[in-house]
Design a protein around this ligand. Structure first.
Ligand SMILES: [Zn+2]
Ligand SMILES: [Zn+2]
Length: 320
């Protein structure tokens, strides 16, 4: 990444301009930098966990004013008219949503312009550095937990303790679930419990006997390939295996337990506007804050190297 200047398009009537103060660094920023998915347009301005202060508002904007502290996430816009958009599920818009940094310039900048009604007011109880990672990592775990946790004490398993996983532990705990963390890094057991886990098991060791057949929901936040037969065997009947990361392009699902245990395999991608605002309010009231380390935005290249090396604990926030 290097310094680049550009003249933005005129501010549209439904847009705001935000003076950026903080950006969470998400692995997707690095995928976009490296054009791993073939959708990047260069020059690319990455950054999609953006926090800042509104400096300009378009003529038609009614939900925000100058001086408001707002956040922007992965979704910049959607069709707003399909069945999913009408339910606040813009993340699965039938027309496909527009990404903040796919064909548009994101938050690694002095200022960013975006649709006012896809910007979220930040509750006062959340500080700007801590709230940044909630705007992508947070909503990515909040949506499936909010969707599938049906009652207090429901047994939720979380595979992996990283940027996503450590937030999933906090949210699941605050939602009243009994939280079991499964990780191949046994040295993370104490940390998992500090984040709120009730139980910790080393993946593939004692996990299979102790946890087998018990989990109502198993959230895979891992970017590593795992033994999916084992993951499946941990599910209770009616249990759900939910994928957030894409460790491999496909998995084999064993049909006998799927059918006779009425199990499900599902995926989930960020979240729509309804859950975004709800997640921020929930995080504020429950004081859910990611574990972050801050670095100046000018050190973004170094920060990306740390993420690629798996050395971020657990989210780097770039301060402008
Ligand atoms: Zn992201
Ligand atoms: Zn739509």
């Amino acid at each position: 990444m290097q310094i680049w200047q550009y003249e933005p398009k005129p501010l549209q009537n439904d847009e705001i301009e935000v003076k950026v103060t903080h950006n969470g660094l998400c692995h997707t920023d690095i995928h976009m930098r490296d054009n791993d998915w073939g959708v990047s347009k260069f020059p690319l301005v990455a950054g999609h966990e953006v926090v800042g202060i509104v400096t300009e508002v378009g003529a038609d904007v009614t939900n925000l004013k100058r001086g408001d502290r707002v956040g922007l996430g992965w979704i910049r816009n959607s069709c707003r008219n399909c069945y999913h958009c009408l339910q606040g599920e813009e993340n699965i818009c039938k027309q496909g949503f527009t990404g903040l940094i796919v064909g548009n310039h994101g938050g690694f900048a002095d200022k960013v312009r975006s649709k006012a009604d896809f910007a979220y007011k930040i509750p006062d109880a959340l500080d700007s550095a801590s709230v940044a990672p909630l705007l992508c990592a947070g909503i990515t775990v909040y949506t499936p937990l909010r969707t599938y946790i049906k009652y207090p004490g429901m047994k939720v398993g979380i595979v992996g303790i990283g940027g996503l996983g450590h937030l999933a532990i906090m949210f699941a705990r605050a939602m009243g679930a009994e939280v079991t963390v499964l990780s191949s890094h046994v040295d993370k057991a104490d940390e998992a419990k500090q984040f709120g886990a009730h139980h910790f098991y080393q993946w593939g060791s004692d996990a299979d006997q102790e946890v087998a057949g018990s989990l109502d929901l198993l959230l895979s936040t891992s970017s590593a390939e795992l033994d999916w037969d084992l993951a499946f065997s941990l599910l209770a009947n009616n249990g759900i295996l939910c994928f957030l990361g894409i460790p491999v392009s496909s998995i084999n699902v064993p049909l006998i337990p799927l059918i006779f245990g009425q199990k499900s395999v599902v995926g989930s991608v960020v979240g729509g506007r309804r859950y975004m605002q709800e997640m921020l309010d929930f995080a504020a009231i429950n004081q859910i804050k990611p574990q972050i380390e801050t670095m100046p935005l000018s050190r973004v290249n170094e920060a990306m190297d740390l993420v690629l090396a798996g050395k971020a604990r657990y989210r780097i926030v770039l301060v402008s």
